[in-house]
Write a protein that binds this ligand. Sequence first.
Ligand code: C5P
Length: 222
Amino acid sequence: MKPISIAIDGPAAAGKSTVAKIIAAKLSYVYIDTGAMYRALTFAGQRTGVDLNNENELVEILQSINISFENTAFGQNVLINGEDVTEIIRTPEVTNEVSIVAKHRLVREEMVRRQQELGSKGGVVMDGRDIGTHVLPNAEVKIFLLASVEERAQRRHAENLSKNFPSDLVQLQREIAKRDQLDSERAVSPLRKAADAIELDTTSLSIDEVVDKIMDIAVKKL
Ligand code: C5P
């Protein structure tokens, strides 16, 4: 069986990474979380104190950092030049500014180059916003995951509470809607369903049901 590429795109908190990780494990594929790469750069920029609207300064920082992934018994760690930033890139400070960083053309060009290199041998499940449209336009399987804003905020809220993180449902809903808007309206590779992607509305589906649907689609391409 030849290793294929699976692209999973969709709006914020649609469950992309949860299902992508499970599918990668089932197929013994590599999971690549492209959102984590934009989050890592956002964190690096904030720590350096640059204006996140300054494209050239961000590109300079990006050129000085290696963003890598490390599989662990519990999931996947994200590293900047070897430093573990897995937790800190999920804080609201990063989440609420990452779409500013992700709108820059030169930042995206370099990220896409790195992501294509990571996916060049196939055998990958990659999730993000522009995977089916720009990063892996020839992916054998393209999925566009959707769920209502209310449902996505509710899921994130439950996840926060289970981790004992402070969480405000109404605020989450506002933040998710704002991030969707910025990601969908930016000039460079906005969040779009690829013409050949299969749309899956997960609003009333369990994680297992979503995984099963994607696996059914994927096994036909193996
Ligand atoms: O997937 P996640 O929610 O972690 O992504 C964080 C942010 O990174 C998104 O809101 C978006 O601004 C940006 N992103 C992107 N293109 C991708 C992946 C993420 O613009 N392929």
